[in-house]
Each structure stands twice: as structure tokens, then as C-alpha cells.
Design a protein around this ligand. Structure first.
Ligand code: CP
Length: 301
């Protein structure tokens, strides 16, 4: 595996996380025009699951960095004829692609790609990990609060099926934050510290709401349609009880009126669309790193 691949948050040290966040911040300021010195690096984007934010913010980042971004039409590829993921990526490697961005429903799909030389950036694997989403979430919190030590983060909703919950739990705890989980008991994740939403709400600095992941089989037999928001979601009444200075986050896509009141999606305390802008900055930073470039201000590796 290429040493600059980004497959899981578990692969990054605190120093590496901070270096990526610092580069992302510089991409927003003095380094906004920075491009890869090699012209037209070929980046293949393979999305085996639906995506708007991750797919097209990666593509935006690739184009801004001077790469040639190529969408591989996974539904029209020879995978539909039984070819393995390994043989597909190996073929694209021989065809001259320099980097692979992959989203797949199989957890740790990348284990079969260990002998691929070119860097692989994980754009989400099943319910396991979503490293670039986690990094953009961290960037959003860093912009807001300056550091993570002692930050209280409540992640609420469908925890069981959420790779965002998994990545954020690991990284935020590594960085010194307190992470708590709320939502239906059916969707609790073993070993994750749970709290009552309404009890913890006034203490939380960050309230991160999650979508119900129906594509992973999530359903609640005992909750009537339309009742989810009142029982488990962020209503206007709950919004009014948030701590002073606290923010709302959500990885999106949002199901308005289900996990969050539609009027709160762009409320003063919401950073949901800011997260999307941060997605491009973070992805520029991980693509730059993926091609072997050191953090801004240090020697090239
Ligand atoms: N947050 C996220 O991964 O969104 P997409 O599924 O639209 O990429």
C-alpha cells in the first residue's frame, strides 16, 4: 500500500491530523492558488455508493489542484461482469491513473488492494470509516473552538450504521474531546458511551445530527412516521436549550423534518453548509499529501 494513502482515521497520528488541518486552513488563505507541480496528474474517482458532497468536492479539489479528474462509471465498468475490485484498480493503474478515490459499501474494501502502488483515498467504506468527512468535521470544530481538548460533542441518531460516528469517535477522543452518543436504543453501538439527548444537550458544545441510513437497513418498528423528529431529532424547542456558543453539525445529506427541523438547517448556530465548504479544503490537503508533498512550510518529503 502506498504510504500516503488515507484509508482510516486510525492510520493518522495526532501530528498528521493537525498537519492536514493546518494545510486545509492555508488552502483557505495564503495557499489558495497552490497547484501540484506535475501537470495533469490523473485521479480516478470510483463511487460504488451514491454521493454528492464527497464525490463532487473531491472532484472540485482535484481540478483546483491542477489534476485531471476522471469519473469511472462503476455501473458501466467490467465489475458488472464479475471483475474484482482489485483487478479493476490494477487495470486502471496500468492505464496510467496516478491516484484512486474510492467509496464502497464493503467495510475495509481496501484490504484487497494492499499491493496497489498508487495512493488510495477512502471516500467511505460501509459503516466503518469516512476519514475525509471526519477531517472536515474536525476542521469545522477547530475553526469554531480553536482546539479539541475538553470539547463536548454529542452525536445523535443512527449511530449503528454511521461511518461518520465511528471515525469521529476515534479521532475526537484521540484529540482530547469528550464524545457522547444519543438516539434510539436499537441504534446504539456496542462500547459507545450513550447519554439521554435532552439531559446532555445543555452541556454539549457540538450537536452532530445523523441521517437514518436506510440504505444499510436502518428502520424503527416502534416509531410512527413523523414522530422521529419529536422523539430523537433536533426540534426548535431543543435548539433553544443548546448551550451558549454551541453549534449544530450534520454530515448531510439532510432529511429535513426527520432528524432536524428544516428551519434549523441554516439557523445561526448551524455549520452544516460550512462543513461542505470545508470538505473541499480538507480534500485538497489529503490529495496534496497523497502525492507525497509535505505540509506547507516544511521540506518536501
Ligand atoms: N457526507 C457525505 O458523505 O455526503 P455524500 O454521501 O453526499 O458524499
Amino acid at each position: 500500500m502506498n504510504k500516503y494513502s488515507l484509508l482510516s482515521m486510525h492510520d493518522l497520528s495526532v501530528e498528521e491530523i493537525n498537519a492536514i488541518l493546518d494545510d486545509a486552513l492555508l488552502f483557505d488563505n495564503s495557499c489558495s492558488d497552490w497547484q501540484l507541480p506535475q501537470s495533469k496528474a490523473l485521479v480516478a474517482n470510483l463511487f460504488f455508493e451514491a454521493s454528492t458532497r464527497t464525490h463532487y468536492s473531491f472532484e472540485s479539489a482535484e481540478l483546483q489542484l491542477g489534476c485531471k479528474a476522471v469519473d469511472i462509471a462503476t455501473q458501466a465498468s467490467s465489475i458488472t461482469k464479475g471483475e474484482s475490485l482489485y483487478d479493476t484498480i490494477r487495470t486502471l493503474e496500468e492505464a496510467g491513473y496516478d491516484m484512486f478515490v474510492i467509496r464502497h459499501s464493503t467495510e475495509r474494501y481496501y484490504d484487497e488492494l494492499k499491493t496497489i502502488d498508487k495512493p488510495i483515498l477512502n471516500a467511505g467504506d460501509g459503516a466503518a470509516d469516512h476519514p475525509t468527512q471526519c477531517l472536515l468535521d474536525l476542521l469545522t470544530m477547530k475553526q469554531e473552538f480553536g482546539s479539541f481538548e475538553g470539547l463536548k460533542v454529542m452525536i445523535a441518531g443512527d449511530i449503528l450504521h454511521s461511518r461518520v460516528a465511528a471515525s469521529n469517535r476515534y479521532a475526537l477522543e484521540l484529540l482530547g474531546a469528550e464524545v457522547r452518543f444519543a438516539g434510539p436504543a436499537e441504534w446504539a453501538r456496542e462500547g459507545y458511551p450513550t447519554v439521554d439527548f435532552d439531559t446532555y444537550l445543555p452541556e454539549a458544545d457540538v450537536v452532530m445530527m445523523l441521517r437514518i441510513q436506510k440504505e444499510r437497513g436502518a428502520s424503527l418498528s416502534n416509531v410512527a412516521d413523523g414522530d422521529y423528529l419529536n422523539r430523537y431529532g433536533l426540534t426548535k424547542e431543543r435548539y433553544a436549550r443548546m448551550k451558549k456558543g454551541a453549534i449544530i453539525m450534520h454530515p448531510a445529506p439532510v432529511n429535513r423534518g426527520v432528524e432536524i427541523d428544516s428551519d434549523l438547517v441554516e439557523a445561526d448556530r448551524s455549520r452544516i453548509f460550512k462543513q461542505m465548504a470545508n470538505g473541499v479544503l480538507v480534500r485538497k490537503a489529503v490529495i496534496k499529501r497523497g502525492f507525497g508533498y509535505a505540509p506547507f512550510g516544511s521540506e518536501n518529503r
